[in-house]
Ligand binder design. Structure first.
Ligand code: SF4
Length: 199
Protein backbone atom coordinates (compact mmCIF):
# COMPACT_ATOMS: atom_id res chain seq x y z
CA UNK A 1 0.00 0.00 0.00
CA UNK A 2 1.35 3.43 -0.92
CA UNK A 3 1.87 6.24 1.58
CA UNK A 4 -1.07 8.24 0.29
CA UNK A 5 -3.43 5.30 0.49
CA UNK A 6 -2.20 4.53 3.98
CA UNK A 7 -2.77 8.10 5.10
CA UNK A 8 -6.16 8.20 3.44
CA UNK A 9 -7.26 5.07 5.30
CA UNK A 10 -6.04 6.48 8.57
CA UNK A 11 -7.84 9.76 8.04
CA UNK A 12 -10.99 7.92 7.05
CA UNK A 13 -10.84 5.68 10.10
CA UNK A 14 -10.23 8.59 12.46
CA UNK A 15 -12.91 10.71 10.80
CA UNK A 16 -15.41 7.95 11.16
CA UNK A 17 -14.50 7.41 14.81
CA UNK A 18 -14.98 11.12 15.48
CA UNK A 19 -18.25 11.45 13.58
CA UNK A 20 -16.68 13.27 10.63
CA UNK A 21 -16.93 12.52 6.94
CA UNK A 22 -14.22 12.75 4.31
CA UNK A 23 -15.20 14.12 0.93
CA UNK A 24 -16.51 11.13 -1.04
CA UNK A 25 -14.99 12.50 -4.25
CA UNK A 26 -12.06 10.14 -4.16
CA UNK A 27 -9.99 12.00 -6.73
CA UNK A 28 -10.25 15.36 -4.95
CA UNK A 29 -9.64 13.77 -1.59
CA UNK A 30 -6.55 11.91 -2.75
CA UNK A 31 -5.16 15.16 -4.16
CA UNK A 32 -5.55 16.72 -0.71
CA UNK A 33 -4.03 13.68 0.97
CA UNK A 34 -1.03 13.95 -1.37
CA UNK A 35 -0.78 17.61 -0.37
CA UNK A 36 -0.73 16.66 3.30
CA UNK A 37 2.01 14.13 2.62
CA UNK A 38 4.05 16.73 0.75
CA UNK A 39 3.74 19.11 3.70
CA UNK A 40 4.75 16.42 6.16
CA UNK A 41 7.91 15.83 4.14
CA UNK A 42 8.52 19.53 3.67
CA UNK A 43 7.77 20.83 7.15
CA UNK A 44 7.54 17.80 9.39
CA UNK A 45 3.83 18.27 10.08
CA UNK A 46 0.60 17.97 8.06
CA UNK A 47 -0.19 21.60 7.42
CA UNK A 48 -3.28 22.41 5.40
CA UNK A 49 -2.79 21.54 1.72
CA UNK A 50 -4.81 24.62 0.66
CA UNK A 51 -2.87 27.22 2.58
CA UNK A 52 0.64 28.57 2.47
CA UNK A 53 2.49 27.43 5.55
CA UNK A 54 5.07 29.53 7.30
CA UNK A 55 7.24 26.48 7.83
CA UNK A 56 7.60 27.14 11.54
CA UNK A 57 5.39 24.83 13.50
CA UNK A 58 4.60 27.41 16.17
CA UNK A 59 3.23 29.72 13.50
CA UNK A 60 1.36 26.99 11.67
CA UNK A 61 -0.31 25.26 14.60
CA UNK A 62 -3.71 26.60 13.62
CA UNK A 63 -3.50 25.01 10.17
CA UNK A 64 -2.18 21.60 11.13
CA UNK A 65 -4.87 19.31 9.78
CA UNK A 66 -7.50 19.23 11.10
CA UNK A 67 -7.15 22.97 11.47
CA UNK A 68 -8.64 25.17 14.17
CA UNK A 69 -11.22 26.38 11.66
CA UNK A 70 -12.64 23.08 10.46
CA UNK A 71 -15.60 22.77 12.80
CA UNK A 72 -16.76 26.34 12.29
CA UNK A 73 -16.53 25.90 8.52
CA UNK A 74 -18.43 22.63 8.67
CA UNK A 75 -21.18 24.40 10.61
CA UNK A 76 -21.36 27.40 8.28
CA UNK A 77 -20.58 25.87 4.90
CA UNK A 78 -20.88 22.11 5.30
CA UNK A 79 -17.25 21.77 4.25
CA UNK A 80 -13.84 22.74 5.54
CA UNK A 81 -11.76 25.28 3.62
CA UNK A 82 -10.25 22.54 1.41
CA UNK A 83 -13.42 20.41 1.37
CA UNK A 84 -11.49 17.46 2.73
CA UNK A 85 -14.09 17.22 5.49
CA UNK A 86 -17.72 17.66 4.56
CA UNK A 87 -21.13 17.12 6.09
CA UNK A 88 -23.89 14.76 5.02
CA UNK A 89 -26.01 17.78 4.01
CA UNK A 90 -23.21 19.03 1.77
CA UNK A 91 -22.86 15.63 0.13
CA UNK A 92 -26.58 15.22 -0.42
CA UNK A 93 -27.10 18.72 -1.75
CA UNK A 94 -29.29 19.95 1.10
CA UNK A 95 -27.07 23.00 1.49
CA UNK A 96 -25.64 25.21 -1.18
CA UNK A 97 -21.99 24.57 -1.98
CA UNK A 98 -20.35 27.93 -1.47
CA UNK A 99 -16.76 29.09 -1.47
CA UNK A 100 -15.47 28.82 2.08
CA UNK A 101 -14.09 32.16 3.17
CA UNK A 102 -10.76 32.16 4.94
CA UNK A 103 -11.07 32.51 8.71
CA UNK A 104 -7.38 32.46 9.37
CA UNK A 105 -6.15 35.79 10.74
CA UNK A 106 -3.46 37.62 8.75
CA UNK A 107 0.13 36.64 9.47
CA UNK A 108 0.97 39.81 11.42
CA UNK A 109 -1.75 38.98 13.89
CA UNK A 110 -0.78 35.35 14.14
CA UNK A 111 2.86 36.17 14.76
CA UNK A 112 1.74 38.52 17.52
CA UNK A 113 -0.41 35.82 19.05
CA UNK A 114 2.36 33.23 18.89
CA UNK A 115 4.81 35.71 20.40
CA UNK A 116 2.42 36.55 23.21
CA UNK A 117 2.58 32.93 24.38
CA UNK A 118 -0.72 31.12 24.19
CA UNK A 119 0.32 28.28 26.43
CA UNK A 120 1.56 26.18 23.54
CA UNK A 121 4.64 24.08 23.81
CA UNK A 122 6.76 22.59 21.10
CA UNK A 123 5.40 19.07 21.32
CA UNK A 124 5.64 17.03 18.17
CA UNK A 125 2.45 16.31 16.29
CA UNK A 126 1.23 12.99 15.00
CA UNK A 127 0.05 12.65 11.46
CA UNK A 128 -3.64 12.08 11.23
CA UNK A 129 -3.85 11.87 14.98
CA UNK A 130 -5.30 15.31 15.51
CA UNK A 131 -8.84 14.65 14.52
CA UNK A 132 -11.53 16.33 16.47
CA UNK A 133 -14.79 15.31 18.04
CA UNK A 134 -17.08 17.35 20.25
CA UNK A 135 -16.24 16.83 23.89
CA UNK A 136 -19.39 15.57 25.53
CA UNK A 137 -18.18 13.43 28.36
CA UNK A 138 -15.47 13.94 30.92
CA UNK A 139 -12.43 11.83 30.34
CA UNK A 140 -11.56 9.37 33.05
CA UNK A 141 -8.31 8.27 34.52
CA UNK A 142 -6.83 11.75 34.85
CA UNK A 143 -3.81 12.47 36.92
CA UNK A 144 -3.95 14.07 40.34
CA UNK A 145 -4.94 17.69 40.12
CA UNK A 146 -6.71 17.23 36.83
CA UNK A 147 -10.39 17.84 36.28
CA UNK A 148 -12.12 17.58 32.99
CA UNK A 149 -15.29 19.33 31.94
CA UNK A 150 -17.77 18.68 29.21
CA UNK A 151 -19.88 21.78 29.61
CA UNK A 152 -17.55 24.66 28.85
CA UNK A 153 -16.56 27.47 31.15
CA UNK A 154 -19.91 28.08 32.84
CA UNK A 155 -19.38 25.76 35.79
CA UNK A 156 -15.63 26.10 35.78
CA UNK A 157 -14.96 28.56 38.65
CA UNK A 158 -16.64 26.44 41.30
CA UNK A 159 -14.40 23.56 40.35
CA UNK A 160 -11.17 25.48 40.33
CA UNK A 161 -10.40 24.82 43.93
CA UNK A 162 -6.96 23.55 43.16
CA UNK A 163 -6.01 26.86 41.57
CA UNK A 164 -4.79 25.17 38.40
CA UNK A 165 -4.83 27.04 35.12
CA UNK A 166 -7.44 25.90 32.62
CA UNK A 167 -6.33 24.70 29.20
CA UNK A 168 -8.50 24.55 26.11
CA UNK A 169 -7.91 22.30 23.12
CA UNK A 170 -8.14 24.57 20.09
CA UNK A 171 -9.21 21.68 17.88
CA UNK A 172 -12.15 20.24 19.81
CA UNK A 173 -12.76 22.63 22.71
CA UNK A 174 -11.92 20.14 25.47
CA UNK A 175 -11.15 21.93 28.75
CA UNK A 176 -9.03 20.75 31.63
CA UNK A 177 -7.61 22.30 34.78
CA UNK A 178 -4.07 21.22 35.50
CA UNK A 179 -0.57 22.58 35.72
CA UNK A 180 0.26 21.97 32.07
CA UNK A 181 -1.83 20.89 29.08
CA UNK A 182 -1.98 17.14 28.49
CA UNK A 183 0.49 15.68 26.01
CA UNK A 184 -2.41 14.45 23.93
CA UNK A 185 -6.03 15.60 24.05
CA UNK A 186 -8.05 12.66 25.41
CA UNK A 187 -10.96 13.60 23.17
CA UNK A 188 -9.48 14.37 19.75
CA UNK A 189 -5.83 13.34 20.21
CA UNK A 190 -4.48 16.77 19.31
CA UNK A 191 -0.99 17.31 20.70
CA UNK A 192 -0.09 19.58 23.63
CA UNK A 193 0.82 22.48 21.39
CA UNK A 194 -2.77 22.69 20.14
CA UNK A 195 -3.86 23.78 23.65
CA UNK A 196 -4.18 27.38 24.79
CA UNK A 197 -4.46 28.86 28.24
CA UNK A 198 -8.18 29.45 28.76
CA UNK A 199 -8.30 30.80 32.32
S1 SF4 B 1 -9.47 20.43 8.01
FE1 SF4 B 1 -8.47 22.41 7.74
S2 SF4 B 1 -6.33 21.85 7.46
FE2 SF4 B 1 -7.49 20.01 7.05
S3 SF4 B 1 -7.84 20.02 4.87
FE3 SF4 B 1 -9.63 20.99 5.83
S4 SF4 B 1 -9.17 23.19 5.78
FE4 SF4 B 1 -7.23 22.12 5.41
Amino acid sequence: MGEAEELFRRLERDASAGGYILNPNREDTMTLVEGLLTNIKRYGYPSCPCRIADGRRELDLDIICPCDYRDADLSDYGACYCALYVTRDWIEGRIERRVVLERRPPRERRVGLAGAGSGRSAAKGELGGELSTTPITPASGGKAGEEVYASGAADMPSRLKGGYPVWRCRVCGYLCARERPPQVCPICRATADRFERFI
